[in-house]
Ligand binder design. Structure first.
Ligand code: PGA
Length: 255
């Protein structure tokens, strides 16, 4: 396979607080340009500071989410939405209960049989399409190189589907679940292809624990072994890092 490799922008902020400001500025600009923007959102610890800033800006009257639609990347499976471990609960707690967004969707983690899960994934794809597609997709990166829960081996044209979580991903979630065995083995995730259809992508990473995988995703080959590397084929993608996450990149343009 050959791919057009673009040269996405790399922004290196001095620390996590500045990183979150920069990303929140991009999201705010998108919302100001398009009051009906469609945002793709991520869970995990990385975007938490961004959500805090967006909430503050809403509370200060600087942002209005009433026309905005949000689609989240993924949800554990099986998972009840009311469980404190669900990504539905995470988004409610950290963002949506504080703002005036009327339409936000998270993949269904309780769809039932494999056929029902496949059906609900098709519906999720249709809902994204019917909303006009995603204007701006925010991504984190897992230590396996996953985006969403697209673990190594996920093809670039994959769509929303049931996926298996890599052992390292389950280890990274073990503390939150009170032990490795309590972490679900599966999840429902937007596909790499779904993500790459967003009109703009921001991949954000913070901290030294991400430095090695950021280097692998951004300076190695574009490969299914590191799903985040597919982002480099996107015409409008940017990598936002703090200095620790950027520390293994060979050339790191500064702010
Ligand atoms: P984290 O997760 O933000 O908690 O590091 C990122 C991810 O797994 O995509």
């Amino acid at each position: 396979m050959t791919f057009q490799l673009n040269t996405p922008i790399v922004v290196v902020a001095p620390d996590y607080a500045h990183l979150c400001e920069r990303v929140a500025d991009q999201i705010s600009a998108q919302m100001q340009a398009r009051p009906n923007a469609v945002l793709g959102l991520a869970t995990g610890s990385t975007p938490l500071g961004v959500y805090e800033i967006l909430v503050q800006r809403y509370q200060n009257g600087e942002l209005d989410f009433s026309g905005v639609t949000c689609f989240n990347l993924d949800e554990y499976y099986p998972m009840l939405p009311e469980s404190p471990h669900s990504y539905q609960a995470f988004m409610q707690e950290h963002l949506f209960r504080h703002i005036n967004c009327r339409r936000w969707l998270v993949p269904d983690g309780q769809a039932g049989s494999p056929a029902q899960v496949a059906q609900s994934c098709r519906e999720y794809e249709t809902q994204i399409k019917d909303a006009g597609g995603i204007d701006l997709q925010l991504l984190g990166i897992g230590r396996t190189g996953h985006i969403g829960f697209n673990e190594p081996g996920s093809p670039p044209d994959s769509r929303s589907r049931l996926v298996s979580l890599a052992p390292q991903t389950r280890e990274d979630a073990a503390e939150a679940f009170g032990g490795f065995d309590a972490v679900p083995q599966q999840a429902v995730s937007m596909g790499v292809g779904t993500i790459l259809e967003a009109r703009e992508i921001i991949l954000m990473a913070s901290g030294a624990a991400k430095a090695e995988i950021v280097r692998g995703a951004w300076s190695g080959e574009v490969t299914g072994r590191v799903p985040a590397s597919w982002v480099r084929t996107h015409p409008n993608a940017a990598l936002y890092l703090d200095q620790d996450a950027a520390s293994r990149l060979e050339e790191t343009p500064q702010e």
